[in-house]
Design a protein around this ligand. Sequence first.
Ligand code: C2O
Length: 609
Amino acid sequence: ETIEKYVAELVIPPVMPRDRRDSGTGLDSYTVGVRQFRQQVLPPGRPATTVWGYGSTRHPETFSYPAFTMEAEVGRTTRVKWVNQLLDARGHYLPHLLPVDSTLHWANPPGGVAWRDSSPTFTSTPGPYEGPVPIVTHLHGGRNAEESDGYAEAWYLPDARDLPAGYARTGSFYEVFGRKSAELFGAKWRPGDAVFHYDNRGRASTLWFHDHALGITRLNVYAGLAGFYLLRGGPADVGEGVLPAPAPKRGDRTGMTYYEIPVVIQDRSFNTDGSLFYPASRAFFDGFTGPYAPESDMAPIWNPEFFANAMVTNGRTWPVLSVEPRRYRFRFLNGCNARFLILKIVTAPSAPRPATPALPFWQIGSDGGFLPTPVQREQLLTAPAERADVIVDFTSVPAGTELYLINEGPDTAFRGGVAGTDFPPANAKTTGQVMKFVVKPLTAPDRSTPVSQLVLPPCEPLGAASRTRRLCLNEVNSASVRGAGPRAVLLGVLDSSGKPMPLGWGDPITEDPALGATEVWEIHNLTKDGHPIHIHEVQFQVVDRQREGQTPRPPEPWERGFKDTVVAYPNAITRVKVRFDQPGRYMWHCHMLEHEDNEMMRPFRVGLS
Ligand code: C2O
């Protein structure tokens, strides 16, 4: 059955209302819950979809997938109490919407205690997990203290009345960080919530928040737990009136007159009753038929990657946006679990597609804020979690014109190369299409600066590095990694002779930069696929990429600002320069969420603790 396209209007996420603004302390406070609700993700007339989403607990109508956008200012602190409200009306817990693989190394409340202190006994629970759902929220791209970062083992359950006996209510780092939070900020955590502080000391940038609970991030995010966090102001912003306006105002929930639009693109599959589909076994992927063996290395449910068959943009399948002949600023986020996107604007959505795009993208920013200068791009390659802040200039497009945002990335993992030559592009009828633009007459003059005259703030280089770490990405057949599937994906280090040592989440920390150190991390990708590598707590600079036997290539023009996620291509070394200026325990990982959930994630520590 096919889902009709370009029926529903694109939803522009309104601004998340805050609880209060304290001018004395410079603190903006929010209480943001996670709830389950139904939303019209499919076109009108089709069944609604049960999803999870964030919202302000004081305003029930704000619960939405994706979340309302959080607006923050450089120099003001944002304080958020994140509440797990995955409960029904009687206060009983809600089970997961999607099949949980309880044989992976995951948050695992029934056996959660076993994982504390790196106990060598992994106690998986046979059968599908149907208990309460752990969550913990990470502000992706934020440079925050460890207790506010959303560490994967700082998860917590809802404060349910029917919590089964013997369940761990929280992960092993919940209390550690909660205690620290209380000492530093007087912020009390109670099972069911956590209070995080975001310093907002970075550059103006497009950040996002999403769930990060250990081993079920792929499921919690797929169910809907993601939203934008726009950091504005400070010396690295361009100032009012220069870029397409207006920016959303706090408390404005109409959301319909903005020329600056955050756009999160995600692939999802649906059952005919409108519910979300996520594969319940590896049979979906590679014909695995069992036996179900929880104590063996055969994780029965986990899929190495999942590529869904429908495109959802800002929480609607294939929406349409009316635009005027003026400049728009789109903040694109690839919010897919595993899919790389190659976006283009064209005049016809399916074959035969015109060879040249109808309009270029002018990229002005990436993960960590503005680029030093705008970069014209015919197409936007974005890996999961990467952001592209772009201007699209519709000024010369006549009213009545229809344009399409298409995707020519593969329906599989991405290894680099050119669509149509090196890999087949996404299905032109489904995942190859994203959204439609309909150009309407101009209603008011466009006073924004033409891109050719745009002056962007400079990016200070990070300076000399004091050491280089040689790290690696591995895909191994492994029975030795606790809880991992037969093809575990791992990070690791190269030893002094250059031999890879793959390491899982539970292995001792190997990356331990000193506080204030600047380092080069040299990522050797020993797998067949490209991986988006994300480092928490920092915004780094891409140094270069080097294929085997070749000279290093400088970063792409659109990678010359600050980034928090970088694509590491197969058979190549990717070098990034990082300054670690916040002490604490963080993590770095592949942002293909199925990889992250199967050990392709490692803790790191800044400064001695
Ligand atoms: Cu966007 Cu560690 O995550």
